[in-house]
Design a binder for this molecule. Structure first.
Ligand SMILES: *Cc1c(COP(=O)(O)O)cnc(C)c1O
Length: 400
């Protein structure tokens, strides 16, 4: 192959994937792989889900793009469906998770400054969090590696340790506008946030007049076994964001909020050229309709319980494995050492999965994954981990 002219922002795997269907993808040599990464929690209904494909094709025959200067009925319908499956009253569509979080940050600032007339702009976030790669969202992110070389960072963000209410309390000041968190820190190592902490945090936000923003870019759209993860925590955020699984693989993101925040975004205050365009909105509609008709969030919860149990049994006596945790179908297997070689070995054995930090294997199957597919993945993975742990170098380093 000739030298790529793309920026080398990704260390890409040496596979050329050309086709996908359900839980399976094929490379250009005709090899079939079991996909337990779903394009990073995006293809939640599997590859090329029939109903979404049909709706998008039909929309392509009608109208591709018209701009948000006009009413877009597909966008209206997609928004209404999102409000039907969540506590949100208002929706803004964009094209990605980072943009959805940008919209949330802007809405929080504007609400305080224009509606409440208060000089509040600061957003408190948590260590190990991930909120995106734009300047504001990488500043919100609690991981140094995404910030290196991008100084100066925008003002108005503070990061505190997760599960530390005292640190949170002392970080709150007269300028604080909102607290923003993920309910499962997925990129940061698959750490589900404790229920008690989330509830106390929500109460603290109410008491202090702060907005609670939940980043459900990865945890939303059924991924954790409910439409949105916060539905399992018995809290209602003022603002939440979602993206990855929202359009089954087409680019889309959404920022959702309670009714009282509507007045903060008046015409001209925020916009996106492509956001909610007829084609991606059609994909959002078909994704939600499929999820409703096929009980996808419930099935994700069932698949999660089965997968967790199979992993716990299969890996119970494996000293290289330190912890198995997660929520719904975001599952992390924390190991005693780096797991990059296990990912590579997985590809050679036709099983695709990713990492979450150096020592954590992250499994993200689609939400309709079958028991047979789970059994096959667990068997392959157990063998891969055993082979890796049996290497002399690994044994020596880990003192296994
Ligand atoms: C992936 C992700 C983002 C960023 O989404 P993009 O679509 O890549 O901009 C933000 N927050 C969380 C929690 C994510 O998982």
């Amino acid at each position: 192959m000739t030298q790529s002219v793309l920026f080398t922002t990704y260390a890409r795997y040496p596979l050329n994937l050309v086709k996908g269907h359900g839980s399976w993808v094929w490379d250009d040599q005709g090899n079939r792989y079991l996909d337990f990464m779903s394009g990073l929690a995006v293809t939640n209904l599997g590859h090329a889900p029939e109903k979404v494909k049909e709706k998008v094709k039909a929309q392509l025959d009608e109208l591709w793009h018209i701009s948000n200067l006009f009413h877009i009925p597909q966008q209206e319908k997609a928004a209404r469906l999102l409000t039907e499956v969540s506590c949100a009253d208002a929706v803004f569509f964009c094209n990605s998770g980072a943009e959805a979080n940008e919209a949330a940050i802007k809405l929080a600032r504007r609400y305080h400054q224009k509606v409440k007339g208060a000089d509040r702009y600061e957003i408190i976030t948590f260590e190990q969090s991930f909120h995106g790669r734009t300047l504001a969202t990488l500043t919100a992110t609690g991981q140094q590696k995404v910030k290196d070389g991008f100084l100066p960072l925008p003002e108005g963000f503070k990061t505190v340790p997760l599960h530390d209410l005292d640190a949170l309390r002392s970080a709150i000041g007269p300028k604080t506008a909102a607290v923003m968190l993920e309910l499962v820190q997925a990129e940061g190592g698959v750490y589900p946030v404790e229920r008690g902490f989330v509830q106390e945090l929500a109460a603290l936000c109410k008491q202090e007049g702060l907005l609670l923003i939940l980043d459900e870019v990865q945890t939303g759209m059924g991924r954790t076994g409910t439409w949105f993860a916060h539905q399992q925590y018995d809290v209602e955020p003022d603002i939440f964001t979602t993206a990855k699984g929202i359009a089954s693989g087409l680019p889309a993101g959404a920022m959702l909020a309670k009714d009282f925040l509507r007045e903060a975004f008046t015409p001209g205050t925020h916009a996106s050229t492509f956001g909610g365009n007829p084609v991606s909105a059609a994909a959002v509609i078909a994704t939600i309709e499929t999820m409703r008709e096929e009980r996808v969030p419930e099935r994700a919860a069932e698949a999660s319980a089965y997968l967790m149990e199979q992993l716990r049994v299969a890996l119970a006596d494996q000293p290289f494995v330190r912890d198995i945790r997660g929520l719904g179908l975001i599952i992390g297997i924390e190991c005693a050492g780096p797991v990059g070689e296990i990912v590579t070995a997985g590809q050679q054995n036709k099983l695709l999965f990713v990492t979450a930090g150096p020592n954590v294997i992250r499994l993200l199957p689609n939400l309709l994954v079958t028991r047979e597919e789970i059994d096959q993945a667990v068997e392959t993975l157990t063998g891969l981990i055993a082979d890796h742990a049996a290497k002399d170098a690994v044994k020596e380093e880990m003192k296994l």
